[in-house]
Design a protein around this ligand. Structure first.
Ligand code: SF4
Length: 551
């Protein structure tokens, strides 16, 4: 294999410049092509390329016909498609189902470059363009819709995306192992059944049976049972299945997280860390993430509404300190570098190198941190503080910041980390997500107690003063969560007023497909099956939102 391309090819002319007559794998994505490890198509494309495959990327193709996805010709092995970094419906609509006009993953930041339900549309285009070619869906939209799920935008239960689309396979969770195995099996003429980390149409034999789509239609409350079973399956590493009419969607055991050496290899690949040169306009997301660094994957918190944590799983996979330092050195040599490393984190900022000292496959808890930190959970926050300091000492790094959300209950366990975070790595404002103040709402969210947030605030204020810095906590709050009442919102509002805080970041709850919170919203029950009150209509949701926001 020749040396890696400065960008993966996006046109026939670019393929020819690389001397390629055909691709092995074509990746279609709903985001612009930014050659950065935070963009899924670049990450998997570079990973496949490093394993000797010729990969092309078609970003945000036209969807009025198959010509655009055909522009680089038929790939030899398979085509993969993803809606992009977000579920396309979440990217397109607000919490009140109003169309958004902006899209941070598109040149010029304008909406409209990808279709609604992008995975279904892309799979259809690819099947029309390349008859008989295996089509694999992946990314957060496909991953979280792999089983029957509630869809907020259509306000209805939907079938598995595998049944509704023309795709052959859905990759769920992080896709590096699965895409390699798919390529390998196709190269050696094997079938695609039971690739770890995938869902496929097959036989339920030996699998835990989830309630079928038809059973869920007849009894919406059972969506909670199905969602919890699938969540457990991710951790237990087992097989599950769900019937849809005469077809059965089988969920193969999840792929094992990448090991530290594998992650180190992945992040050392030659990403250009820029948007493809064909774009004439800036892509807002690039500004946000160009000089950020991923230290780890996975989140042990298990918050019931979080799509990203569900997608990446509860087991933390971390890069080595040497690999992170090496990437920071490379960033400081980038032509666009301005001196600031804008983030060192992952789905949460302070879980680098955290681990379970027991066997996660036997775990029956839904969160390693809530309602209290599991005795088997081991963090490495002091080492993280040392890592951040080591990065700051590197030549050319004027600032190192932590912008990923800090898990404050965890931070309270390590005074050394807290001191470093507040005194050295907070850029004036620290975003924290207490989400609410009411115990019952926090229990349903699987968030730490509000007392932990208040304790964090006192330490934050004390340490900021000690460091001689004027800086603030920006709390992220949520309205209309299932189980949250108007009175609960008033109680939160009173707390804010008592501190003279004006809420800046309030998100009205959006049920993300596949999450436990979405099952609560749809089924009107908590995870134990007890009925809960749900603000369901737009009027009820808006009322809760306004209690906090005023107006
Ligand atoms: S045993 Fe504890 S630390 Fe391990 S996965 Fe379960 S909750 Fe997390």
């Amino acid at each position: 294999m020749s040396r890696p391309a400065s960008f993966l090819p996006t046109t026939r002319a670019e393929m020819e410049r690389l001397g390629w007559a055909e691709l092995d794998v074509l990746l279609v994505t709903g985001d612009a092509y930014v050659d950065h490890p935070s963009f899924g198509a670049a990450l998997l494309g570079r990973w496949l390329e490093a394993h000797g495959l010729r990969v092309g990327v078609i970003a945000q193709p036209r969807w009025d016909g198959p010509e655009d996805v055909r522009r680089m010709g038929r790939p030899r092995l398979f085509a993969g498609a993803s809606a992009g970094a977000l579920d396309s419906m979440l990217a397109h609509y607000t919490a009140f189902r109003k169309k958004r006009s902006d899209d941070a993953y598109t040149p010029g930041g304008r909406a409209g470059a990808r279709p609604n339900r992008a995975c279904l549309v892309y799979a259809g285009l690819l099947k029309r363009a390349f008859q008989g070619l295996p089509v694999v869906l992946g990314g957060i939209e496909a991953s979280l819709r792999r089983a029957a799920h509630y869809d907020f935008w259509g306000d209805a239960l939907r079938r598995s995306i595998l049944v509704d689309s023309k795709a052959d396979l859905v990759v769920y969770g992080m896709g590096e192992r699965a895409v390699l195995e798919i390529a390998e099996r196709l190269r050696s003429g094997k079938d695609l059944k039971s690739v770890p980390g995938t869902a496929f149409i097959g036989e339920a034999e030996g699998a835990e049976r989830l309630p079928s789509f038809e059973e869920l239609q007849a009894s919406p409350k059972r969506l909670m049972e199905a969602t919890l079973a699938l969540e457990r399956q991710m951790l237990a590493g087992t097989r599950a299945a769900q019937a849809h009419g005469g077809r059965t969607v089988v969920f193969a055991p999840p792929a094992a997280p990448l090991t530290t050496p594998e992650l180190d290899r992945l992040y050392a690949l030659p990403f250009a860390r820029r948007a493809h040169p064909s774009y004439k306009e800036a892509i807002p997301a690039v500004e946000m993430i160009q000089f950020s660094l991923t230290a780890h994957r996975g989140c042990a918190g298990g918050c019931s509404f979080c799509a990203l944590a569900l997608h990446q799983g509860r087991i933390i996979a971390s890069r080595s300190r040497a690999s992170i330092e090496e990437e920071a050195r490379k960033l400081s040599a980038h032509p666009d570098w301005k001196g600031a490393l804008t983030d060192v984190g992952g789905p949460s900022a302070n879980m680098w190198n955290a681990r379970c000292a027991a066997d996660p496959a036997l775990c029956r808890r839904s969160s390693c941190l809530a309602p209290s930190v599991c005795p088997h959970f081991q963090d490495a926050q002091e080492a993280l503080a040392e890592l951040l300091r080591a990065l700051k000492r590197l030549p050319g790094l004027k600032h190192v910041r932590v912008a990923s959300g800090v898990r404050h209950d965890l931070a309270l366990r390590s005074p050394a980390y807290l001191r470093a975070l507040v005194g050295e790595f907070t850029g004036g404002q620290l975003k924290l997500a207490p989400e609410h103040s009411c115990a019952e709402v926090l229990r349903l969210m699987r968030k730490p107690s509000f007392k932990a947030f208040e304790a964090f605030l006192s330490v934050f204020e004390r340490e900021s003063k000690a460091a001689g810095k004027e800086q603030y906590v920006v709390p992220y709050l949520m309205s209309a969560f299932p189980g949250c009442t108007d009175d609960d919102m008033r109680s939160l509002s009173r707390w804010l007023k008592a501190r003279s805080w004006k809420p800046q970041q309030v998100q009205c709850f959006i049920p993300a497909p596949g999450t436990v919170a979405s099952a609560m919203y749809f089924a009107g029950v908590d995870p134990e099956g007890r009925p809960i009150q749900v603000a369901r209509t737009d009027a009820q949701r808006l009322r809760q939102h306004r209690i906090l926001m005023g107006g």
